[in-house]
Design a binder for this molecule. Structure first.
Ligand code: G3I
Length: 321
């Protein structure tokens, strides 16, 4: 495979990386690519650091699943984006609306974040502190934290993360915030609110789960990043993939290559876009087919580990700018 991370570094970025999930750790063909620093200089554990795996019962922490990915990445000299401290999905069963009052849930959240950030202290480049807190119209998404604590759960989370590790970058992370609009404005408002409270926030993660042929334009991606950077934060593409409406065709695969390349190029030319992470690089490991029926082929490599045209188009962008 092309040495995408080496090329990204030559282009001035900090990393080109990928998500990695635990089931793939036993597949040598997969791990030979995933933990090859020339190809991917950064890894994000796709699931193992989430709430349901790290605090299965209240106050009992386990970092086994996250560590399995983190240890391999660390051994390979790769950076880590750590993911995710608070998210409305993949919560343990005990953590539901109605089970706790305001003060108790605040303590629970603070203890969870403190334990997890301390465990990974010194290992993560960045943490996704709060993930997907917004509705499409930019208002706060209903979840157990909003229900019980109110919108201040976000500053509470960032403050706890900052206290547990003052050196790790703290990100707000979401999807459909890759071009200007109500949801991007909502993300900007989260950053502004944290800054107004003098709470540390370092970056906005744009997930970038795109659809071939309907991805945001290059120009709108550039403008969008400018809007975030104007607030004084860095940005990153954190979960890039470009799904295809099946059946696939040569034209669709070419469109996918163009869409991948546009996102990478937008990041490359934006100084404060630190890096790009794909949300896995191998089709059989992708979350897409099970979530969006009738779509798939979203990653850079086919089931047979053949590089798709998107790999070449990304490499070209990284070399050409
Ligand atoms: O852990 C169980 C395992 O015990 C069981 O045998 C297996 C059987 O299906 O399921 C396993 O849980 C799955 C889990 O991934 C771990 O593999 C869940 O069913 C599955 O729903 C879950 O999907 C993950 C999804 O988040 C959850 O919403 C995807 O792998 C993961 O890629 C995806 O990642 C999210 C980001 O965190 C946030 N942004 C969106 C992105 C895509 O949804």
């Amino acid at each position: 495979p092309a040495d995408l991370n080496d090329l990204a570094k030559k282009a001035g970025k900090m990393y080109f990386g990928t998500a990695v999930d635990n089931p793939q750790l036993d597949d040598k063909q997969y791990t030979d690519i995933a933990f090859n620093k020339a190809v991917f200089g950064q890894v994000t554990p796709a699931n193992g650091q989430k709430y349901m795996y790290t605090e299965r019962s209240r106050g009992t922490y386990s970092f086994v699943e996250g560590d399995a990915v983190v240890d391999k990445a660390t051994a390979a000299g790769q950076l880590l984006r750590c993911h995710a401290l608070l998210w409305y999905q993949q919560l343990p069963n005990w953590l539901t609306t109605g089970n706790f009052d305001n003060a108790t849930l605040i303590t629970i959240v603070q203890e969870h974040i403190t334990a997890e950030v301390q465990h990974y202290k010194g290992k993560c480049y960045a943490w996704d502190v709060v993930n997907e807190a917004l509705n499409e119209d930019g208002t706060m998404r209903k979840n157990v934290f909003l229900d019980t604590i109110g919108p201040s759960y976000i500053p509470i989370a960032f403050a706890a993360a900052a206290a547990a590790d003052p050196d790790v970058k703290l990100y707000y992370n979401d999807y459909n915030i890759e071009n200007p609009g109500a949801k991007s404005t909502g993300a900007a408002n989260i950053v502004k609110d944290l800054q107004a409270r003098k709470i540390k926030v370092d970056g906005v993660g744009m997930q970038a789960h795109f659809i071939a042929g309907s991805s945001p334009s290059y120009d709108s991606q550039l403008q969008n990043m400018k809007n975030f950077i104007a607030l004084g934060v860095e940005v990153a593409y954190t979960e890039l993939d470009v799904r295809i409406t099946l059946p696939n065709s040569a034209e669709k695969t070419q469109q996918q290559a163009t869409d991948y390349a546009n996102a990478v190029k937008a990041c490359v030319v934006t100084e404060k876009c630190v890096g790009i992470t794909v949300w896995d690089f191998w089709d059989p490991a992708s979350w897409v087919p099970s979530t969006f029926k009738g779509t798939g082929d979203a990653t850079l490599f086919s089931a047979g580990f053949e590089a798709k045209p998107a790999v070449a188009s990304i490499a070209q962008v990284l070399q050409g700018t």
